[in-house]
Write a protein that binds this ligand. Structure first.
Ligand code: NAD
Ligand code: UDP
Length: 310
């Protein structure tokens, strides 16, 4: 197949490009390089089955493809809050442009949705049936509401125009090719531990997240796109739940670092807990994550050692 990946030069997108090329597909990678890097795809540029298009998903685009994966959107809070209006435009107009193209081409289209759909959840763990607890006017809303509106658009194009949609709700994912200055917790802690700096715990560190290694996640994407039974939304994440204090201890242990912990203010609307219920992914996709946190951290730490030269 010929497959378009928006946001293909980012952390997850570049791994997806690699995986699909490895399966013998042609890949068109569309990215405006806001948080993506040419370095993530440099090794793919000489592959005759790979094309890179520097383009913004907000502006319409046309490619003749069989499938579309829509990943374009900054994912870390500092990056998506940097230009909040642009973030919501990216989610909403990016979705409209992908769906319009999918409608014309009769192509299957995938949306990289998020656990942020659930906001600061009052149900725990989160099932796909939970509607969420999202502040519509806070500093995270540009991302959360943008992604919620994108899901709405996906379902309206599906109901109204018969577009063949798939939606994955991605929980916190980490691994090689995250940006060192990304601001997300896994990259922050690893970079701080490697540089011998204090690890920055926001709030008291009792808030929880569930961390999925990138390779498990990509496998979930492919399975969702390769079956006809469900459109989703499907939670794709690792149910292993950790407090930020536990994560910090695990990073210090794996790096062998003596860095101290410092407590900084908790950002507004920071969700207190998050854990995916993955029953649907297990049942419909036969998918569950395989890589435990320690193993994924080791691989990510090795990547950052090389990236930072430390
Ligand atoms: P990332 O920031 O590394 O990747 C996003 C990519 O989209 C980057 O290459 C960026 O340059 C590109 N992009 C941003 N705005 C664009 C625009 N207007 N036009 C074209 N390209 C644009 O983040 P990631 O972690 O790889 O996330 C990929 C997708 O998965 C995002 O949609 C994100 O919301 C979603 N997601 C990720 C996680 C996670 O934990 N990594 C969790 C939930 C959802
Ligand atoms: N966090 C932290 N220290 C950091 C960065 C993040 O304690 O240096 C916390 C943050 O407050 C949140 C959790 O780690 O509770 C996950 O943050 P991240 O930005 O990685 O993802 P998200 O909040 O979008 O799940």
């Amino acid at each position: 197949m010929r497959i378009l990946i928006t946001g293909g030069a980012g952390f997850l997108g570049s791994h997806l490009c690699e995986r699909l090329l490895g399966e013998g597909h042609e890949v068109v990678c569309l990215d405006n390089l806001f948080t993506g890097r040419k370095a993530n795809i440099a090794h793919l540029l000489s592959n005759p089955y790979f094309e890179f298009a520097r383009h913004d998903v907000i502006d319409p685009f046309k490619f003749e493809v069989d499938q579309i994966y829509n990943l374009a959107c900054p994912a870390s809070p500092p990056h998506y809050q940097y230009n909040a209006i642009k973030t919501i435009k990216t989610s909403v107009m990016g979705a409209i442009n992908c769906l319009g193209l999918a409608k014309r081409l009769r192509a299957r289209v995938f949306q990289a949705s998020t656990s942020e759909i659930y906001g600061d959840p009052v149900e725990h763990p989160q099932t796909e049936a939970y509607w969420g607890n999202v502040n519509p006017i806070g500093i995270r809303s540009c991302y959360d509401e943008g992604k919620r509106c994108a899901e709405t658009l996906f379902f309206d194009y599906h109901r109204q125009n018969g577009v063949d949609i798939r939606i994955a709700r991605i929980f916190n994912t980490y691994g090689p090719r995250m940006l060192a200055n990304d601001g997300r917790v896994v990259s922050n802690f690893i970079v701080q531990a490697l540089k011998g700096e204090d690890l920055t715990i926001y709030g008291d560190g009792s808030q929880t997240r569930s961390f999925c290694f990138y390779s498990d996640l990509i496998e979930g994407f492919i399975r969702l796109m390769s079956q006809d039974e469900t459109t989703g939304p499907v939670n794709i994440g690792n149910p292993g739940e950790f407090t930020m204090l536990e994560l910090a201890e695990a990073v210090l242990r794996e790096v062998g670092s003596k860095s101290k912990l410092v407590h900084l203010d908790l950002p507004a609307d920071d969700p207190k807990q998050r854990q995916p219920d993955i029953s649907i992914a297990k049942e419909k996709l036969g998918w569950e994550p395989k890589v435990p946190l320690e193993e994924g951290l080791r691989e990510t730490i090795a990547y950052f050692r090389k990236d930072l030269g430390v």
